[in-house]
Design a protein around this ligand. Structure first.
Ligand SMILES: Nc1ncnc2c1ncn2[C@@H]1O[C@H](COP(=O)(O)OP(=O)(O)OP(=O)(O)O)[C@@H](O)[C@H]1O
Ligand code: SF4
Ligand SMILES: [Mg+2]
Length: 323
């Protein structure tokens, strides 16, 4: 297998809180391969966005430790100039909210051209504008020449999200991190946006990290999945195998809460609420909500252990008697 493009290893992120450091990400590891795709799934507050921002060096004020290597070069602790260069050319990110990420007073064509010229100062403005139109076409925006002259508020949510994708892939990154790229969109537009992202990955060999709280969105759009809970990865493995036989009780809960087209049974939501970083539960952080919890689950936090093709952090499911 080729060397991964991005390797994140034992990433920890904490913020300063009134009573001391608040550990938000607690030992996250994942890999992204050239042209491969990883879905990162978890409820709100599980640390998905913070993990990616930490990797990209976009979390001033946070304490970050561990390792994040892009083609062997360490990003954590690198200079801002170096990180800017890597972000501009190699790691693209689509942020959670396209409206706040676009500049309302510039046409989308100028904004895309700006991204291109920031990376290549010799690029003339006419050439940058022409390339911006090509990029709008690449993300399937109809009449790209006319749309390049539109301001963000003149476009629909789905169109704005396509513009964000065009900006993120403008300089042909090796890895695209898409943070909830479809959350605010209706189901049909969601599918169209995911099609665009998946097509770019295939055609351009871009490694994809697709972040979402909705496991239903990622089926068919990623090869591998990492399930996050309380700032950790609690299960990772191939997408199809994870869907077919989830290991961790939280993953099982996420799957059971999805509406099913075959309607053989109604969706069952996971009981209780996601925990907060300022008061993670002791032991396994899922124990207050877990239908399989035993007393020992309150004591020690389980590590990820191999279970078939997957890795699962659950001492009950991983116990030899349970397999
Ligand atoms: N700058 C910050 N300072 C302090 N705490 C923060 C900061 N940014 C995020 N957090 C906290 O870190 C935790 C993880 O946040 P994060 O945004 O990564 O969650 P998420 O998994 O992306 O959730 P969502 O699905 O809602 O986007 C949350 O509890 C959040 O309140
Ligand atoms: S370790 Fe215990 S509480 Fe945690 S997921 Fe497994 S069974 Fe549930
Ligand atoms: Mg988020």
């Amino acid at each position: 297998m080729p060397e991964p493009v991005l390797v994140v290893d034992d990433l920890h992120v904490s913020f300063r809180g009134p009573d001391g450091p608040v550990p938000v990400v607690r030992g996250v590891s994942f890999e992204v391969h050239e042209g491969g795709s990883l879905a990162v799934v978890g409820e709100s507050g599980s640390g998905k966005t913070v993990s990616m921002l930490a990797v990209l060096g976009l979390l001033p004020g946070a304490t970050v430790r561990g390792s994040a290597r892009y083609r062997g070069t360490e990003l954590l602790g690198a200079s801002q100039a170096r990180l800017r260069a890597v972000r501009g050319a190699h790691l693209g990110m689509i942020f959670q909210d396209p409206m706040t990420s676009l500049n309302p007073v510039l046409t989308v064509g100028r904004q895309i051209a700006g991204v291109l010229r920031a990376h290549d100062r010799r690029l003339r403005s006419a050439a940058a504008r022409a390339r911006a139109v090509e990029l709008l076409d690449l993300v399937s925006i109809p009449q790209p020449d006319r749309r390049a002259r539109a301001y963000p508020h003149e476009l629909s949510g789905g169109m704005r999200q396509r513009v964000m994708i065009a900006m993120a892939v403008a300089n042909r990154p090796d890895v695209l991190i898409a943070d909830e790229p479809t959350t605010a969109l209706d189901v049909t537009v969601q599918a169209q946006i995911l099609d665009v992202v998946t097509r770019l990955r295939r055609e351009q060999g871009i490694g994809l990290v697709l972040i979402t709280h909705d496991l239903g969105v990622v089926a068919g759009n990623a090869d591998r999945v990492a399930i996050m809970y309380a700032g950790r990865v609690v299960e990772d493995g191939p997408m199809t195998a994870t869907f077919a036989s989830p290991g961790h009780p939280y993953t099982r809960g996420l799957l059971a809460s999805l509406p099913r087209l075959d309607r053989r049974r109604d969706p069952v939501p996971i009981g209780g609420a996601p925990p907060s970083p300022s008061s993670w539960p002791t032991g396994c952080p899922f124990h207050p909500r877990c239908p399989l919890a035993v007393d020992a689950c309150r004591e020690a936090e389980p590590d990820l252990v191999a279970l078939g093709d997957a890795r699962v952090a659950c001492s009950v499911v991983a116990a030899p008697s349970h397999r």
